[in-house]
Design a protein around this ligand. Structure first.
Ligand SMILES: Nc1ncnc2c1ncn2[C@@H]1O[C@H](COP(=O)(O)OP(=O)(O)OP(=O)(O)O)[C@@H](O)[C@H]1O
Ligand SMILES: [Mg+2]
Length: 276
């Protein structure tokens, strides 16, 4: 897979816009402290950061899945195609073209792979479902081989493919993809990210993906945001982030000075270096 062509965000229409959102869990725990980001049509945008940085919370705020976790957006705005989408039912958002693939895959274990894929088309009323199923199988030939297997007995990689395939069955314009690399061997991670790039280039699917695996995410994304304890501390075109000395040192593990952890450098120094 070749590296994605560099695109500037200004060139294309903004599909998704998150403006300065704050999220609080259980009425007291402030987790997102003013996060802003934008996703252009046809882009792959990576939301990066370590454990607990707020990546999943950001995706759930967009797809309106916070309520079941007693979370709430208390400030800011979320716009999709210029319209406010806060407070919409998640299935309304699916009808508008936005779907989330949850962290940890969440396939229905007792259904077959094919039954899982078909559940993804539940909001549709058209007659092209069988055709789209074949299209999903063309991107994920392994799923075709395992179509009659119970999802609970398939491998982690197959379940991740099944979760992405099921999202595709809703004919999404935008997929919010949470931690696709989680728990998978490096070769499978490459395979899945390769398919994400293909879906973006050939089908025009827009992606906002949350990842701890900075290296693979920045090779496939066009633009990246780095979150730390609920704030965006850095953003830029993926190619620039890949070459940034701080990203190299703290997120890609390429250190000239032998430091391995981001936390080993005091935050004021990092901020000074980033703002310089
Ligand atoms: N339901 C919840 N109730 C209270 N706090 C929560 C809840 N969900 C997440 N948090 C807290 O919010 C912060 C951000 O969590 P989040 O899951 O968004 O991080 P993340 O960047 O996705 O991390 P990871 O890479 O580990 O998935 C963490 O401190 C977490 O403990
Ligand atoms: Mg997460």
């Amino acid at each position: 897979m070749t590296a994605p062509a560099a695109r500037t965000q200004a060139e294309t229409e903004t599909l998704l816009e998150v403006n300065n959102i704050e999220v609080i869990y259980n009425h007291v725990i402030l987790v997102l402290k003013g996060v802003s980001l934008s996703v252009p049509r046809g882009g792959i945008v990576a939301l990066l950061g370590g454990n607990g940085a707020g990546k999943t919370t950001t995706l759930k705020a967009i797809s309106n899945l916070l309520k079941s976790e007693r979370g709430e957006v208390t400030k800011g705005q979320i716009l999709y195609r210029g319209e406010r989408v806060q407070g919409l039912d998640p299935s309304d958002l699916v009808r508008r073209g936005v779907i989330q693939v949850m962290e940890g895959r969440h396939c229905f274990e007792h259904l077959t792979i094919e039954e899982n894929l078909l559940t993804g088309a539940y909001t549709r009323r058209d007659r092209e479902i069988a055709q789209d199923l074949e299209k999903v199988y063309s991107y994920f030939p392994r799923l075709k081989e395992r179509r009659r297997s119970q999802a609970g007995y398939t491998s982690g990689g197959e379940q991740q493919m099944c979760a992405i395939g099921r999202a595709l069955m809703s004919r999404p314009e935008t997929i919010l993809l949470d931690e696709p690399s989680m728990g998978l061997a490096p070769q499978l991670v490459e395979e899945i990210f390769g398919i994400v790039s293909d879906l973006n280039e050939k089908e025009g699917v827009t992606f906002l993906l949350a990842e701890q695996n900075t290296s693979v995410a920045l090779r496939h994304a066009h633009h990246g945001y780095i979150l730390e304890t609920g704030r965006v501390v850095m953003e830029g075109p993926a190619a620039e982030l890949r070459e940034n000395p701080d990203v190299k040192e703290f997120y890609l593990g390429i250190s000239e000075k032998g430091r391995k952890s981001f936390r080993e450098v005091r935050s004021y120094r990092r901020r000074k270096r980033w703002l310089a």
